[in-house]
Design a protein around this ligand. Structure first.
Ligand SMILES: NC(=O)c1ccc[n+]([C@@H]2O[C@H](COP(=O)([O-])OP(=O)(O)OC[C@H]3O[C@@H](n4cnc5c(N)ncnc54)[C@H](O)[C@@H]3O)[C@@H](O)[C@H]2O)c1
Length: 339
């Protein structure tokens, strides 16, 4: 296969990023169809990106079938059904994080992909970010010795779409916003989280309490790994000041910081405003290269028939830690992660 034909399923926020990245940066791939249950939304994206075919239902797209792979960018509660159906139709799969809502769903998605011989890559784009990648390499070279403590901060400027405010549909903000932090922690630690203790609160959006009583916008997770390290995640959204993804890694011989709120080295200064560094305003901006990199990797995995570097199992272990963290919030105690 020298050109991978892609069907985008979902035409919302993240679909725009992936669709335009394929068109602009990945000549070995082409988006040939887009699906959205809101056909107007699908049509609009198709016009913007020059996509020839529009469907309002993924089953209709699969029946038509003239593509090799799907990029699943629908809300989390729909991932399971779409991935299972597409795997049975023999399509390779790039699925946005979090993989699904339950471990049973994740298991059946992984099983169907394996059974039908199709790839499954999960959208943990931080693993393709040049800074995170370099940090990982330096950690492996033991530049700071043995890792002891890993901290990850994930904060978003605005609220996600309304479906995500419902914990039953999104897995809560730990799944919607902090999935990337859970993945980064376990990727750097080269170990799964063994225990987690989480606290959460709704500080910023009291108006959502009536309709979504379990909604939280700020959370802290303190975890231990099987390989004897500690991890901390702090997440919050909407923080208004910009998009903020940073890590700090403490090792036996030193410390490492990854990421910055500053967009670049530009700064300016006036008497009235003081020193100003422009900041990252969105995840689309902060991880621009990483979003391109993860899809280039997926397309290459399909072309060369090699396993994607971020697997369904990676998505599943993250989901397990998120589900256990949500349970810890609920019962107010430290829990062992159930894998
Ligand atoms: N990797 C990242 O950084 C990142 C960033 C944002 C969102 N996400 C993930 O991507 C997924 C989508 O998030 P979003 O913010 O783009 O959501 P969104 O609400 O902006 O877009 C989702 C689209 O899917 C459509 N849709 C809903 N159900 C459908 C179905 N059954 N079939 C076809 N279309 C359907 C909706 O009409 C909507 O247009 C979520 O799982 C989210 O967690 C990942």
């Amino acid at each position: 296969m020298d050109k991978v034909r892609v069907c985008l399923i979902g035409a919302g926020r993240v679909a725009k990023v992936h669709g335009s990245n394929v068109k602009t940066y990945i000549p070995s791939s082409e988006v040939v169809a887009v699906v959205d249950k809101d056909e107007g939304v699908a049509r609009k994206l198709a016009e913007e990106l020059g996509i020839a075919h529009v469907f309002e239902d993924h089953q209709k797209a699969l029946c038509w079938g003239r593509f090799d792979a799907v990029v699943v960018t629908t809300p989390t509660f729909t991932h399971h059904q779409i991935v299972v159906d597409a795997a049975r139709a023999g399509k390779h799969m790039f699925c946005e994080k979090p993989i699904a809502l339950t471990l049973q769903e994740a298991d059946s998605m992984i099983e169907e992909c394996n059974k039908n011989g199709v790839k499954l890559q999960i959208g943990f784009m931080r693993r393709f970010d040049p800074e995170f990648t370099l940090a990982k390499k330096k950690v492996e070279e033991k530049i700071i010795g043995e890792l002891l403590l890993i901290k990850s901060t994930g904060r978003g400027p605005g609220l996600p779409p309304e479906w995500a405010w419902d914990i039953e549909k999104s897995g809560g903000m730990l799944a919607e916003v902090a999935s990337h932090d859970f993945d980064a922690l376990m990727w750097f630690a080269q170990s799964r989280l063994e225990t987690v203790e989480a606290i959460a609160a709704n500080y910023r959006c009291p108006e959502l309490k009536t309709k979504y009583p379990h909604f939280y916008d700020t959370a802290v997770v303190v975890g231990t790994f099987y390989k004897g390290k500690m991890g901390i995640i702090d997440m919050s959204c909407p923080v208004n000041y910009g998009y903020d993804a940073r890590m700090e890694l403490l090792g036996s011989e030193g410390v490492m910081a990854v990421g910055d709120t500053r967009k670049n080295s530009l700064s300016y200064c006036t008497r009235e405003k003081g020193i100003i560094h422009p900041q990252y305003l969105s995840w689309q901006q902060r991880f621009k290269e990483a979003y391109i990199g993860e899809l280039q990797h997926f397309i290459q995995a399909v072309i060369s028939n090699t396993p994607p570097f971020v697997s369904g199992e990676d998505g599943r272990r993250c989901l397990a830690a998120i589900i256990s963290s949500n349970y810890s919030i609920q019962i107010g105690k430290r829990v062992r992660v159930v894998y």
